[in-house]
Write a protein that binds this ligand. Structure first.
Ligand code: CA
Length: 230
């Protein structure tokens, strides 16, 4: 089945080149030129991935991202940030985006990221064979992609879920950020290590009793991260 990519971008020239390249790769596209239209389409068109510009008329990309996540919409979101500014990148991830790419971007890099993010979602949608994984009060059900803590549902974005599933399937093993990028994000060559750090911070805030003193997702300074064994 064709996958749909929603493009939310107010620069027509960028929309056109994205559409052209996505179609060439076999994706369906839909597009919105301002933030309100983008949010409406994100809700109604049920896209498989959203390419989301930050600076938009009516409603900016950060807001759209936050609203969708607040509505428990786990669609993969790649933010298109115009500036090299540190704060923009981190703010995008804090808003619930799965990744960001800085303009001007290479089409090759963008397509690799689109593919990696959509591929991960497909694997999960068909991953009904895995048994429920539990760790203390935490449970992850690969068949339904549901996570609970003390029996109560925990709302995770796609990448947070992917990361938790990866960790829970390899407790006690330390992974470098590069390795997590490769194995959870499917990025061989691209990607910014801050993406890993911010996603881990977000995940800790959602599952740990005290995110500042995590019990489950541990840091090995200078080495990487691991999921606690006991
Ligand atoms: Ca813009």
């Amino acid at each position: 089945m064709e996958k749909t990519v929603l493009i939310v971008e107010d620069e027509r020239a960028i929309v056109e080149i994205l559409k052209f390249n996505l179609k060439k790769e076999g994706y369906r596209t839909c597009e919105a030129l301002d933030g309100d239209a983008g949010l409406a389409l994100a809700r109604s068109a049920d896209p498989d991935l959203i390419l989301l510009d930050v600076m938009l008329p009516k409603r900016n990309g950060f807001e759209i991202c936050k609203v969708l996540r607040a509505e428990s919409n786990a669609v993969p979101i790649i933010m298109l940030t115009a500036r090299e500014e540190e704060s923009d990148k981190v703010f995008g991830l804090e808003s619930g985006a799965d990744d960001y790419i800085t303009k001007p971007f290479s089409m090759r890099e963008l397509m690799a990221r689109v593919k990696a993010n959509i591929r991960r979602r497909i694997i999960d949608a068909t991953g009904g064979k895995g048994a429920v994984m539990t760790h203390e009060t935490l449970a992850l059900n690969p068949a339904s992609c549901a996570v609970t803590k003390n029996g109560a549902p925990v709302e995770l974005t796609q990448k947070e879920y992917d990361l938790l599933k990866f960790f829970m399937s390899s407790p006690g093993l330390v992974f470098s950020r590069e390795e997590l990028m490769k194995r959870v994000w499917n990025y061989e060559f691209y990607g910014d290590m801050r993406t890993v750090d911010v996603t881990i911070r977000r995940l800790r805030e959602k599952i740990e009793d005290d995110p500042g003193q995590p019990r489950w997702i541990l840091t090995r300074r200078g080495v990487g991260y691991l999921f606690s064994e006991s």
